[in-house]
Design a protein around this ligand. Structure first.
Ligand code: HPA
Length: 236
């Protein structure tokens, strides 16, 4: 039990898949894990532990933004002996350089956020994925015949903003898309010497306002979920 997670010690696996949405965690657990058990539902942030092809894996939500993923990933790493977190999320494309349904394996997350500076005194505005899990995801994608792009990503505190143009930091670091959590996850993993990766599916294209509909999401996210589970299995 930690401040924000009510699972008992030993009820969380060494590898955790983290979607942002608690109901997506439930969907993944119920449709992809064997014998899933709900181990925490504090604040509606659902965590399930089950097995995948015989190995124990936990799927639990991060919520949205750095404050939320900052709390959950920190408690998973420090109170539950989690070694690896794979964030599985969606992102918004800044241009037609990316297309709806594209799968991205995040190499670096760039951010204007002060999260890493004030949490851990990291001065960098760009942080890489941590440990070997990024490479394992690439190898696994190849084995599964899945196309995945290596990409920098803009991790932002902001969803709605006044100026519709691509933010300066995204241009500076060649980030074709934006999400709101990877930088916080990578900062925590760097500070704690743990492993962290982020796989994203492009769910909307910001300038054209195209998006994957709610109905399409389940099938759209399936390749990402299977890739994350197969990669998690290898490090379990
Ligand atoms: N902005 C920020 N985060 C996102 C978006 C977006 O457009 N789409 C999915 N996650």
């Amino acid at each position: 039990m930690s401040i924000h997670i009510s699972a008992k010690k030993g009820e969380i696996a060494k590898v955790v898949l983290q979607p942002g949405d608690p109901l997506r965690a439930k969907y993944i657990a119920e449709n992809f894990l064997e014998n899933p058990k709900l181990v925490s539902q504090t604040r509606g942030i659902l965590f399930y532990t089950g097995t995948y092809k015989g190995k124990e894996i936990t799927v639990g939500a991060s919520g949205m933004g750095f404050p939320s993923i900052g709390i959950y990933s920190f408690e998973l790493f420090t109170e539950y002996e989690v070694e690896t977190i794979i964030r599985i999320g969606t992102c918004g494309g800044y241009s037609s350089e990316v297309a709806l349904f594209d799968l991205l394996n995040v190499e670096n997350a760039a951010s204007e956020s002060t999260y890493a500076k004030y949490a851990w005194e990291f001065e960098q505005e760009i942080l890489p994925s941590q440990g070997n899990i990024h490479n394992i995801i690439n190898e696994t994608a190849e084995e599964l015949g899945l196309k995945i792009k290596q990409s920098n990503i803009h991790s932002s505190d902001i969803f709605y903003r006044k100026d519709p143009s691509v933010p300066a930091i995204a241009k500076k670091y060649n980030c074709p898309a934006v999400e709101m959590e990877a930088f916080g996850l990578f900062a925590n993993a760097l500070h704690l010497g743990k492993n962290a990766a982020t796989i994203l599916t492009v769910s909307d294209i910001i300038p054209t306002k195209e998006f994957i509909s709610a109905n399409e999401r389940e099938t759209a996210l399936k390749p990402m979920i299977e890739l994350a589970l197969e990669a998690a299995w290898k490090v379990s």
